[in-house]
Design a protein around this ligand. Structure first.
Ligand code: ADP
Ligand code: MG
Length: 259
């Protein structure tokens, strides 16, 4: 469903992404791991339309989307999580879901999604959808809370909820587990599994938590120095000496190898 072919992105003399090719299959929860500086976030930013590549192509379904801006990709069904920004912290959880994510879509998406229905009806539809999503993620009880008052883990669930508003085909998750306690992390993982199994969502996940990767992801793609080193099941990757070397040596000296 996503095919990345020979992608290159340079920052000055640094080749952050250096001939990266991979595919994310429809219906999969595909993991992306690799030492610090491997190029994972840069790759995500390119796929999500926040950065333009210097070379290479990206296709989504059958469409060549190379260089497309974020709002156009979003309209095509590709969503990514965003941390709840300052201005959203002072809005309720429900309101957070009812606004279109900043910088990702804008008026044009909203218009195409609404397709000419009248304004009051539209608001009712958006509200109904928001309540449906909050219900699916067991967030009903906090819907009138200010988003800024939620725990770190609940904020992560709201980030996930916001991507679900517009029923994306594929969701990019960049470190959804960062700063989340074990219990809630288990819940978030459960939700991701359920959305994948019952609603057909495809996920592409960057994550440092190897337990979470092992639980959720198949396959797991390992990136190092801007390109794919290998991919396979977590079991295969754990025993791959190239992967262990990549984590222990080179640019990833500070990272921990998968264990
Ligand atoms: P990862 O997410 O795997 O840790 P990144 O994609 O953040 O890796 O970074 C890959 C490389 O690109 C690193 O060497 C990083 O310092 C560099 N880099 C990332 N973003 C920028 C930027 N905006 N300007 C300059 N260099 C960058
Ligand atoms: Mg990163």
């Amino acid at each position: 469903m996503i095919v990345v072919d020979n992608l290159v992105k340079r920052f000055g003399g640094v080749r952050a992404v250096d001939g990266c090719s991979l595919r994310v299959a429809k219906g999969s929860i595909t993991g992306l791991i690799g030492p610090n500086g491997a190029g994972k976030s840069t790759l995500f930013n390119i796929i999500a339309g926040a950065l333009a590549p210097d070379a290479g192509t990206i296709t989504l379904g059958n469409v060549d989307v190379t260089g497309w801006p974020a709002h156009k990709l979003f309209a095509e069904g590709l969503a990514r999580t965003f941390q709840i920004a300052h201005e959203f912290a002072r809005m309720t959880v429900l309101e957070n879901l009812m606004v279109v994510p900043a910088g990702q879509s804008g008026e044009r998406l909203l218009q195409s999604w609404l397709r000419g229905a009248n304004v009051r009806q539209d608001e009712a539809r958006i509200r109904t959808r928001a309540e449906e999503v909050l219900n699916q993620l067991h967030l009903d009880h906090v819907k009138h809370e200010l988003a800024g008052n939620l725990s770190g883990g609940q904020k992560k669930l709201v980030e996930l909820a916001r991507t679900m508003m517009w029923q994306p085909k594929i969701v990019l998750l960049d470190e959804i587990g960062a700063g989340v306690n074990r219990t809630l992390l288990g819940e978030i993982a459960g939700e991701i599994e359920r959305l994948n199994r019952d609603h057909g969502y495809t996920f592409f996940v960057i994550e440092h938590d190897m337990d979470l990767i092992a639980r959720l992801c198949s396959p797991v793609i390992v990136m190092a120095e801007g390109r794919v080193l290998t991919q396979g099941s977590m079991e295969e990757i754990r025993n791959n000496t190239d992967v262990i070397d990549a984590y222990l040596g080179g640019r990833g000296a500070r990272a921990h190898a998968p264990s």
